[in-house]
Structure formats: structure tokens, C-alpha cells
Design a protein around this ligand. Structure first.
Ligand code: A2P
Length: 320
């Protein structure tokens, strides 16, 4: 039986399921199968990005599930993101059109600025981009990009707009100078960096925090245990809570993130873990357990974007 996540109402009245599927590194065949399996498992919220180069696969999986009669378009919430190279206001509509056509699902639920750091436009085909590549920076004001994002709402092709990797000062600037409030700020959030202060800041503004890398990217830790902080999945305190509820450590972490008010988007291509990750709505952590989970916060990021630290808009110089 599928399990459905409850929804949160965004500051513009649209509803977003409080748990979604992350798709970073899900590509081609693997991506389509994982997304279809996720929809069968009950996921109704999928998070992609132009950068991930899998929008076509995400769109195809959704269209196939609509054709099978499993879902209707309006049942599923789809997010994609404007990559940093396309922040010049004159590029935003074309960048959106490309994501819109890649997905080909009639409309996009949520379009995010992928970060506050603008890079020089270098063509529409993204070359290899990861945490080690340092592109040429551009000097586009986030306010100007955001105003171009606002104009997209008039096309009727996107229902909500938001930001990602913004700090509190960058959000405050958008609010002071622009018309529309972002509905969400999507940031790294897991027990190691629980973002309590940013969540509180956003909560007061009616902005939902979406939690990426909610499990702390165990795959990155395995590749580089020196630089990447150890994910909480193996922590004995998390394991003890998991045993009490007959859940897995991953489920306890995701439940914690929902209870502190975020919308986690865990990535998995494994059908068993996919199902486990959404099976978190039949138990509740006690106040003491939340405190125990809070105790795992070190403030260390698994995705610090160190290579872009010299960018004028690097968001992580301040505490939150
Ligand atoms: P897999 O796709 O094989 O399940 P994050 O969402 O924090 O970026 O973490 C994603 C990574 O965590 C992926 O490598 C994924 O591998 C793995 N993963 C996903 N769900 C779980 C889980 N419940 N427990 C442990 N690892 C998980």
C-alpha cells in the first residue's frame, strides 16, 4: 500500500507534501525507475534541477504514471531550479522554458533560484559541474534575478517560486526589495546541521525550509571520510531511538526533520529504502528524543561549496 505524506500550506496558498524525493545523481534509466517506484510507494513530491540533467527522466516517469492512471497531474508536486549561470534577468525566461520543456508536464509547481551565487553564462549545455569546479563568477544582484523569477508567475506555467542556499540576510534583502515572498528556502539540513536558527527565522516569515541532504549524504562520507562529516545514520543515539520504534535510523532522522518543521527530500534509488523513507508518519518522537537529536548538531556542512568561497554572495560566512 502506498504511504502519503501530509501537506504544508505555502505562503501563497498552494500545498506541498512534507516529504519529497531528491533526485541529485539519479540519471537516465536508474532515475526513471526510481521515480516510478517512488510514485508507486506514495511519493507525491519530486525535487529536481536543471543542474541534475535529469528533468527529462523525471518528466517521463511522471507522464508514464499519469498514463497508467496511478496519478493525475494535480496529485504531484514538482520542483526544479534555475542554475547559477542563468541569473542575468534576460536569461531567466529562456532558462525556465528549457526546464519546462524538459519536464513536459503542463506546469511546474515550484521554481527555485539554485543559489545566491551568479556565474558567468557559458552556454545552455552545462559542462561538468560539481563541488570541485570553479566557473567564472558574474555579478548579478539576487534582487534582479528574483524580479525576473516573479515575472514567470504571470505565465501561468509555474505556481510558486523560491530560493535555495540563501542565508537570512539574503532572504531579508529579497523581502525588502521585491514583491513576492519566496515560498521556501531549500538548504542542507540534517542532524549534523539542523538549521534551527534559519528555520525559526523563516518560520516567522512564513517561509518553509526544505531540507536537502537530509540523511547527511552517506555516499559522500564513504568516498571521503576525512573531509565529509560522519552522517548521523550510524550514531548509537539514533540507533537506540530507531530500535524503540522498530524503525531504521534513516526513518528517525527524516521524522526528526519533519517534526522540527522542515520538508526533507531524501534521495534513494533503492526500492527498499525509498519505501522506508516515506514510512515515517505512524510514530512521533518525544520531547526528550528531539533534544537528543538536537544534540547531534555540529554545524558542519556536507555540502559547503568551499570552491566558491570567494564569491561575493557566498552564503555561509554568517551563522545562518
Ligand atoms: P541509495 O540511493 O542507494 O538508497 P541524501 O538524501 O542525504 O543526499 O542521501 C542520499 C544517499 O543516502 C544515497 O546514496 C542513498 O543511497 C542513501 N540512502 C537513502 N536512504 C537511506 C536510508 N534510509 N538509510 C541509509 N542510506 C540511505
Amino acid at each position: 500500500m502506498p504511504i502519503f505524506a501530509p501537506t504544508v500550506t505555502l505562503n501563497n496558498g498552494h500545498k506541498m507534501p512534507v516529504l519529497g524525493l531528491g533526485t541529485w545523481l539519479s540519471r537516465e534509466g536508474e532515475g526513471i525507475e526510481a521515480i516510478k517506484a517512488a510514485i508507486d510507494a506514495g511519493y507525491r513530491h519530486i525535487d529536481t534541477a536543471y543542474l541534475y540533467r535529469n528533468e527529462k527522466e523525471v518528466g517521463q516517469a511522471i507522464r508514464e504514471k499519469i498514463a497508467e492512471g496511478v496519478i493525475k497531474r494535480e496529485d504531484i508536486f514538482v520542483t526544479t531550479k534555475l542554475w547559477n549561470n542563468f541569473f542575468e534577468p534576460c536569461k531567466v525566461a529562456e532558462a525556465f522554458k528549457r526546464s519546462f520543456e524538459n519536464l513536459d508536464i503542463g506546469y511546474i509547481d515550484l521554481y527555485l533560484m539554485h543559489s545566491p551565487m551568479s556565474f558567468k553564462f557559458d552556454g545552455w549545455e552545462l559542462g561538468h559541474v560539481d563541488a570541485t569546479t570553479k566557473p567564472e563568477y558574474a555579478d548579478v544582484d539576487i534582487v534582479d534575478t528574483w524580479r525576473a523569477m516573479e515575472e514567470l508567475l504571470n505565465t501561468g506555467k509555474v505556481r510558486s517560486i523560491g530560493v535555495s542556499n540563501f542565508n537570512s540576510e539574503q532572504i531579508a534583502r529579497i523581502l525588502q526589495q521585491c514583491e513576492m515572498k519566496p515560498v521556501t528556502n531549500q538548504v542542507e539540513c540534517n542532524p549534523g546541521i539542523n538549521q534551527r536558527k534559519l528555520i525559526e527565522f523563516c518560520r516567522k516569515l512564513d517561509i518553509v525550509v526544505t531540507a536537502y541532504s537530509p540523511l547527511g549524504r552517506p555516499n559522500y562520507y564513504e568516498m571521503d571520510p576525512v573531509k565529509v562529516p560522519k552522517p548521523a545514520l550510524d550514531d548509537p543515539r539514533v540507533k537506540a531511538i530507531a530500535e524503540k520504534y522498530n524503525k531504521t535510523p534513516g526513518q528517525v532522522i527524516l521524522r526528526y526533520l519533519v517534526e522540527i518543521g522542515t520538508v526533507p527530500v531524501p534521495k534513494s534509488s533503492n526500492p527498499v529504502r525509498l519505501r522506508q523513507n516515506i514510512d515515517i508518519f505512524d510514530f512521533q518522537l518525544t520531547k526528550e528524543e528531539i533534544e537528543t537529536m538536537d544534540g547531534l548538531n555540529t554545524g558542519k556542512r556536507t555540502v559547503p561549496f568551499h570552491v566558491w568561497i570567494s564569491h561575493k554572495n557566498y552564503p555561509f560566512h554568517i551563522e545562518f
